[in-house]
Unconditional design. Structure first.
Length: 199
């Protein structure tokens, strides 16, 4: 699996090849679904041979994670615009979780990724690029809350990230199945997801 540092070192040609493979994968996931799409499908859609695909990605799971990670990075940039920095810490935490669920629901790739239980569970394994990125995304926010006395200091970072990710996944499923009332979900998140994390 390519780290961000090794991605930054790619030649322009290699970067274009990766982008082309990922674009083909997105099209295949859209047309066939994540589970049904194969490396052969992705290679054909990119107009590459399978060895070229394997030169850039270790397996299909690596491609799935790469697509998801790109979408999550886009989601995070939008999330920063939606969560006001002048809110209290607990309100920022609540709003971050709520808005992430809303944005994920509106993103067809993240929604498909979360609906594919095998992909979702695999991505949550410690050491996988999606899980590592999610952990890094939350770590500074959690540490800031702990330093300010707003976030419980006795909570393990890995367990906390798992708790937040599990809840976001469940909220997304509930949002899809039951419709959505933003004020009700905000209250629900504040009471049942955020309050247990506070000091």
């Amino acid at each position: 699996m390519a780290s961000q540092a090794s991605l930054d070192e790619l030649t322009p040609r290699s970067r274009r090849s990766r982008e082309r493979i990922l674009a083909a994968a997105r099209a295949c996931f859209e047309r066939l679904g994540i589970e049904a799409a194969t490396i052969v499908d992705i290679a054909e859609a990119a107009n590459y041979s399978r060895p070229i695909v394997y030169k850039h990605f270790s397996d299909k799971a690596d491609i799935v994670d790469s697509v998801c990670l790109e979408e999550m990075q886009t989601l995070r940039a939008e999330l920063r615009k939606r969560v006001k920095p002048d809110l209290s810490y607990d309100a920022q935490l609540t709003e971050s979780i709520l808005q992430a669920v809303i944005l994920a629901n509106d993103n067809p790739y993240i929604r498909r990724f979360m609906e594919d239980r095998e992909s979702w569970l695999r991505s949550q394994t410690i050491g996988r690029k999606v899980r590592d990125w999610v952990r890094a995304s939350w770590e500074a926010f959690i540490r800031r809350g702990q330093a300010a006395g707003a976030f419980a200091r006795d909570l393990d970072l890995e367990e906390t990230v798992t708790w937040i990710a599990m809840n976001q996944s469940q909220l997304l499923l509930r949002y899809q199945d039951e419709g959505f009332d933003e004020a009700s979900m905000r209250r629900f998140i504040r009471r049942f997801v955020v309050t247990p994390l506070l000091a």
